[in-house]
Design a protein around this ligand. Sequence first.
Ligand code: 5AD
Ligand code: SF4
Length: 345
Amino acid sequence: MTELIDIIKKVQLTHSLNKQELVSILKDDSSDATLFAAANEVRKKYVGDEVHLRGLIEFSNICKCNCFYCGLRKDNASVQRYRMSVDEIISLAGKAKDYGYKTVVLQSGEDAFFDKEKMCKVISSIKALNLALTLSIGEKSYEEYKAYKDAGADRYLLRIETTDKKLYQKLHPSMSFENRINCLQNLKSLGYEVGTGCLVGLPEQSDESLADDILFFKKLGADMIGLGPFIPCPDTPLQNTQGGTFTKALKVMALTRLILPDINIPATTAMETLQQNGRILALQSGANVVMPDVTDEDCKQKYTIYPGKAGLNNTAQDYKNSIVKSIEAIGRTISQGYGFHNKNS
Ligand code: 5AD
Ligand code: SF4
């Protein structure tokens, strides 16, 4: 216990831990309160009390991939598939701007319908609204990433999901770990702000492997890290597995804040789904970003990555209002800026 507290004090000052130290904290829950408080202090010192809101647009749930954990996987025939038109996406981004968002995040399955030409049209039209733009649309070629960047995209989210290569290969049929890494490196070299992250609580995932994930985030020089508990989803190969816990996901997130003190870290919807008030607990343990869903009701209901997604029964405007209220109730403020990564460390 005192040994763990010493490790936490050390990382709070040095922002560096080795694998063994990370594992010792992940394995033992006796000092969690100290860990969360340290991450909260580091968050305050490096990125302040402002919370950045990003409006999330889930524009297509069609996916050619078969990730074992995800409800949108190609082989899941029970999903009602939808795809917005280019004009619908642009008009939803306009609505997000009217709601007060400064950033929109475009997320979809890996849907080949949205080729380079269509995506560039979407990107340049949204950039004309003076919004910051984040893409979360999966693995693409260098040329496509370059075209999106040239069209004005600012940021890209592509989670590594797990750095355990064997586990990665098992969970992602016909995908390759090397290509995932390659995509992340291409995004970096093209000058995107790059977000990655992992799932916490996958079957066979060890604390050692989670420690490797955190060290990977540092090595990549990530600008954003999004992570959450794995939530088993019906009609997927992992439907009967145990899933991750809220506490373990919160610990990985807090350690990430301590190691990468100035990056952007969202309090993810998966955290709120697994635990009531989970988003606020995350904001008090290192997170500084929230990504409320602005997708229209009928589409949002069909974007079933996992069951029971928080916020499904609210309109976009009500949901945002309630999130803003809860953020202000803990003494934090809503950022009026674009929320780019300010490198302070
Ligand atoms: N539980 C939690 N998160 C999931 N994701 C996919 N399926 C699940 C699940 N069952 C996450 C992946 C992906 C992100 C968009 O959603 O990490 O990168
Ligand atoms: Fe498709 Fe993404 Fe789900 Fe994998 S995690 S099946 S790429 S939507």
